[in-house]
Design a binder for this molecule. Structure first.
Ligand SMILES: C[S@@+](CC[C@H](N)C(=O)[O-])C[C@H]1O[C@@H](n2cnc3c(N)ncnc32)[C@H](O)[C@@H]1O
Length: 216
Protein backbone atom coordinates (compact mmCIF):
# COMPACT_ATOMS: atom_id res chain seq x y z
CA UNK A 1 0.00 0.00 0.00
CA UNK A 2 1.25 3.51 -0.82
CA UNK A 3 1.95 5.11 2.61
CA UNK A 4 0.85 8.45 1.16
CA UNK A 5 -2.48 6.99 0.03
CA UNK A 6 -4.02 4.75 2.70
CA UNK A 7 -7.24 4.06 0.79
CA UNK A 8 -7.80 0.68 -0.89
CA UNK A 9 -8.28 0.78 -4.66
CA UNK A 10 -11.77 -0.67 -4.21
CA UNK A 11 -12.83 2.54 -2.42
CA UNK A 12 -12.65 4.29 -5.79
CA UNK A 13 -14.48 1.78 -7.95
CA UNK A 14 -17.54 3.12 -9.76
CA UNK A 15 -20.64 1.52 -11.26
CA UNK A 16 -19.78 3.25 -14.55
CA UNK A 17 -16.10 2.77 -15.31
CA UNK A 18 -16.35 4.07 -18.89
CA UNK A 19 -14.18 7.17 -19.57
CA UNK A 20 -15.60 10.30 -17.95
CA UNK A 21 -15.32 12.12 -21.29
CA UNK A 22 -18.25 10.04 -22.53
CA UNK A 23 -20.47 10.80 -19.54
CA UNK A 24 -19.76 14.53 -19.70
CA UNK A 25 -19.79 14.80 -23.50
CA UNK A 26 -23.16 16.61 -23.62
CA UNK A 27 -23.52 19.85 -21.64
CA UNK A 28 -25.92 19.90 -18.70
CA UNK A 29 -27.19 23.44 -18.14
CA UNK A 30 -28.80 22.52 -14.83
CA UNK A 31 -28.04 23.24 -11.19
CA UNK A 32 -27.22 20.39 -8.84
CA UNK A 33 -28.51 22.07 -5.66
CA UNK A 34 -31.67 23.99 -4.78
CA UNK A 35 -31.54 27.78 -4.44
CA UNK A 36 -31.12 27.82 -0.66
CA UNK A 37 -28.18 25.41 -0.76
CA UNK A 38 -26.58 27.41 -3.59
CA UNK A 39 -26.94 30.52 -1.44
CA UNK A 40 -25.11 28.67 1.34
CA UNK A 41 -22.25 27.87 -1.06
CA UNK A 42 -22.10 31.51 -2.14
CA UNK A 43 -22.00 32.65 1.49
CA UNK A 44 -19.08 30.31 2.18
CA UNK A 45 -17.21 31.88 -0.75
CA UNK A 46 -17.99 35.34 0.69
CA UNK A 47 -16.60 34.16 4.04
CA UNK A 48 -13.39 32.59 2.73
CA UNK A 49 -12.38 34.23 -0.58
CA UNK A 50 -11.02 37.78 -0.62
CA UNK A 51 -12.08 40.24 -3.34
CA UNK A 52 -9.66 40.93 -6.19
CA UNK A 53 -7.80 37.63 -5.79
CA UNK A 54 -7.11 34.74 -8.16
CA UNK A 55 -9.37 31.71 -7.73
CA UNK A 56 -9.53 28.17 -9.13
CA UNK A 57 -12.96 26.55 -9.57
CA UNK A 58 -12.10 22.87 -9.89
CA UNK A 59 -14.70 20.52 -11.44
CA UNK A 60 -16.47 23.59 -12.74
CA UNK A 61 -19.44 23.94 -15.07
CA UNK A 62 -21.55 26.85 -16.36
CA UNK A 63 -22.03 28.25 -12.84
CA UNK A 64 -19.47 28.96 -10.11
CA UNK A 65 -21.80 30.26 -7.35
CA UNK A 66 -19.40 33.12 -6.55
CA UNK A 67 -20.97 36.20 -4.90
CA UNK A 68 -22.26 38.41 -7.74
CA UNK A 69 -21.34 41.64 -5.95
CA UNK A 70 -17.66 40.72 -5.54
CA UNK A 71 -15.07 41.10 -8.29
CA UNK A 72 -12.13 38.72 -8.48
CA UNK A 73 -8.94 39.40 -10.39
CA UNK A 74 -9.03 36.05 -12.20
CA UNK A 75 -11.16 32.92 -11.95
CA UNK A 76 -9.98 29.78 -13.74
CA UNK A 77 -12.39 26.88 -14.19
CA UNK A 78 -11.37 23.27 -14.81
CA UNK A 79 -14.00 20.73 -15.78
CA UNK A 80 -15.07 18.17 -18.34
CA UNK A 81 -17.42 20.03 -20.68
CA UNK A 82 -16.11 22.87 -22.85
CA UNK A 83 -19.59 24.26 -23.69
CA UNK A 84 -20.51 24.53 -20.01
CA UNK A 85 -17.19 26.20 -19.14
CA UNK A 86 -17.47 28.64 -22.07
CA UNK A 87 -20.95 29.65 -20.83
CA UNK A 88 -19.74 30.36 -17.27
CA UNK A 89 -19.78 34.17 -16.91
CA UNK A 90 -17.42 34.16 -13.91
CA UNK A 91 -14.52 32.44 -15.62
CA UNK A 92 -11.56 34.39 -17.05
CA UNK A 93 -10.14 31.17 -18.49
CA UNK A 94 -10.95 27.50 -18.52
CA UNK A 95 -9.30 24.11 -18.98
CA UNK A 96 -10.95 20.85 -20.03
CA UNK A 97 -9.19 18.04 -18.20
CA UNK A 98 -10.18 14.62 -16.87
CA UNK A 99 -8.73 14.60 -13.35
CA UNK A 100 -9.35 10.86 -13.06
CA UNK A 101 -7.06 10.30 -16.04
CA UNK A 102 -4.62 13.14 -15.30
CA UNK A 103 -4.60 14.46 -11.70
CA UNK A 104 -1.65 16.81 -12.25
CA UNK A 105 -2.91 20.39 -12.47
CA UNK A 106 -1.63 22.55 -15.36
CA UNK A 107 -0.85 25.50 -13.09
CA UNK A 108 2.21 27.07 -11.47
CA UNK A 109 3.17 26.65 -7.83
CA UNK A 110 1.23 29.10 -5.61
CA UNK A 111 -0.66 30.54 -8.60
CA UNK A 112 -4.01 30.91 -6.78
CA UNK A 113 -5.33 32.63 -3.65
CA UNK A 114 -8.25 30.24 -3.18
CA UNK A 115 -9.92 27.19 -4.70
CA UNK A 116 -13.34 25.54 -4.71
CA UNK A 117 -14.75 22.11 -5.48
CA UNK A 118 -18.55 22.25 -5.46
CA UNK A 119 -20.69 19.08 -5.38
CA UNK A 120 -18.03 17.11 -7.24
CA UNK A 121 -15.45 15.64 -4.86
CA UNK A 122 -17.41 12.37 -4.84
CA UNK A 123 -16.45 11.75 -8.50
CA UNK A 124 -12.69 11.80 -7.93
CA UNK A 125 -10.97 8.42 -8.21
CA UNK A 126 -7.59 9.90 -7.24
CA UNK A 127 -8.63 12.52 -4.68
CA UNK A 128 -5.38 12.34 -2.72
CA UNK A 129 -3.30 13.13 -5.81
CA UNK A 130 -5.63 15.97 -6.83
CA UNK A 131 -5.64 17.51 -3.35
CA UNK A 132 -1.85 17.27 -3.17
CA UNK A 133 -1.75 19.21 -6.43
CA UNK A 134 -4.21 21.78 -5.09
CA UNK A 135 -1.93 22.38 -2.08
CA UNK A 136 0.88 23.05 -4.55
CA UNK A 137 -0.98 25.61 -6.67
CA UNK A 138 -2.34 27.61 -3.72
CA UNK A 139 -0.56 30.38 -1.84
CA UNK A 140 0.40 29.41 1.73
CA UNK A 141 -2.64 30.02 3.92
CA UNK A 142 -5.05 30.12 0.96
CA UNK A 143 -8.43 28.40 1.50
CA UNK A 144 -9.83 25.40 -0.33
CA UNK A 145 -13.62 25.17 0.05
CA UNK A 146 -15.05 21.71 -0.74
CA UNK A 147 -18.85 21.57 -0.64
CA UNK A 148 -21.31 18.72 -1.10
CA UNK A 149 -24.89 17.75 -0.45
CA UNK A 150 -26.69 14.41 -0.44
CA UNK A 151 -27.23 14.01 -4.16
CA UNK A 152 -24.94 12.76 -6.91
CA UNK A 153 -24.75 11.01 -10.27
CA UNK A 154 -24.78 7.55 -8.60
CA UNK A 155 -23.03 5.71 -11.42
CA UNK A 156 -20.05 8.10 -11.31
CA UNK A 157 -19.64 8.51 -7.52
CA UNK A 158 -16.93 6.32 -5.96
CA UNK A 159 -17.77 3.32 -3.79
CA UNK A 160 -16.48 4.99 -0.60
CA UNK A 161 -19.01 7.80 -1.08
CA UNK A 162 -21.91 5.37 -1.45
CA UNK A 163 -20.83 3.52 1.70
CA UNK A 164 -21.09 6.60 3.94
CA UNK A 165 -23.70 9.06 5.22
CA UNK A 166 -23.33 12.87 5.47
CA UNK A 167 -21.14 12.74 8.60
CA UNK A 168 -19.08 10.00 6.98
CA UNK A 169 -18.59 12.17 3.88
CA UNK A 170 -17.22 15.00 6.05
CA UNK A 171 -14.81 12.57 7.73
CA UNK A 172 -13.79 11.04 4.39
CA UNK A 173 -12.95 14.38 2.78
CA UNK A 174 -10.94 15.34 5.87
CA UNK A 175 -9.03 12.07 5.51
CA UNK A 176 -8.36 12.87 1.84
CA UNK A 177 -6.78 16.19 2.90
CA UNK A 178 -4.72 14.57 5.66
CA UNK A 179 -3.50 11.85 3.28
CA UNK A 180 -2.59 14.44 0.64
CA UNK A 181 -0.56 16.46 3.14
CA UNK A 182 0.07 20.17 2.82
CA UNK A 183 -3.18 21.19 4.52
CA UNK A 184 -3.81 22.82 7.88
CA UNK A 185 -6.67 24.37 9.87
CA UNK A 186 -9.17 21.85 8.47
CA UNK A 187 -12.78 22.67 9.35
CA UNK A 188 -15.85 20.45 8.94
CA UNK A 189 -18.98 22.57 8.51
CA UNK A 190 -22.72 21.94 8.31
CA UNK A 191 -24.15 24.95 6.48
CA UNK A 192 -27.51 23.33 5.67
CA UNK A 193 -29.91 26.25 5.22
CA UNK A 194 -33.18 24.73 6.42
CA UNK A 195 -32.97 21.09 7.51
CA UNK A 196 -35.81 19.09 5.97
CA UNK A 197 -36.90 21.96 3.70
CA UNK A 198 -33.91 22.37 1.41
CA UNK A 199 -30.91 20.41 0.22
CA UNK A 200 -28.38 19.98 3.02
CA UNK A 201 -25.00 21.63 2.47
CA UNK A 202 -21.76 20.47 4.03
CA UNK A 203 -18.26 21.84 3.62
CA UNK A 204 -14.71 20.86 4.37
CA UNK A 205 -12.36 23.82 4.35
CA UNK A 206 -8.59 23.55 4.54
CA UNK A 207 -5.78 26.02 4.18
CA UNK A 208 -2.66 25.34 2.16
CA UNK A 209 0.32 24.92 4.45
CA UNK A 210 2.91 26.05 1.90
CA UNK A 211 6.04 24.15 0.88
CA UNK A 212 7.47 21.75 3.47
CA UNK A 213 10.63 23.10 5.10
CA UNK A 214 13.68 20.93 4.37
CA UNK A 215 16.24 20.45 7.12
CA UNK A 216 19.69 21.98 6.48
C1 LIG B 1 -22.43 17.81 -10.33
S1 LIG B 1 -21.44 18.73 -11.44
C2 LIG B 1 -21.02 20.17 -10.49
C3 LIG B 1 -20.60 21.32 -11.35
C4 LIG B 1 -20.34 22.62 -10.60
N1 LIG B 1 -19.15 22.50 -9.73
C5 LIG B 1 -21.54 23.09 -9.83
O1 LIG B 1 -21.38 23.45 -8.66
O2 LIG B 1 -22.62 23.13 -10.38
C6 LIG B 1 -19.96 17.78 -11.50
C7 LIG B 1 -18.83 18.46 -12.23
O3 LIG B 1 -17.63 17.72 -12.03
C8 LIG B 1 -16.90 17.74 -13.22
N2 LIG B 1 -16.17 16.49 -13.29
C9 LIG B 1 -16.69 15.25 -13.15
N3 LIG B 1 -15.74 14.31 -13.35
C10 LIG B 1 -14.60 14.98 -13.61
C11 LIG B 1 -13.27 14.58 -13.92
N4 LIG B 1 -12.96 13.29 -14.04
N5 LIG B 1 -12.35 15.55 -14.13
C12 LIG B 1 -12.67 16.86 -14.06
N6 LIG B 1 -13.91 17.30 -13.77
C13 LIG B 1 -14.86 16.39 -13.56
C14 LIG B 1 -17.92 17.85 -14.35
O4 LIG B 1 -17.38 18.55 -15.46
C15 LIG B 1 -19.05 18.61 -13.71
O5 LIG B 1 -18.99 19.95 -14.05
Amino acid sequence: MDPNNPFPTSAFHRQDETPDAEFYHHPRFVTHLDDAAIAAVTQLYRDYFSPNTQLLDLMSSWVSHLPPEIAYRRVVGLGMNAAELRANPRLSAHVVQDLNAQPTLPFQDQEFDGAAICVSVDYLTQPVAVLRELARVLQPGAPLVITFSNRCFPSKAVAAWHALDDRGHLALVRQYLLAAGGWQAIELLDRSPAPGRSDPLFAVVGRAAGPAKTAV
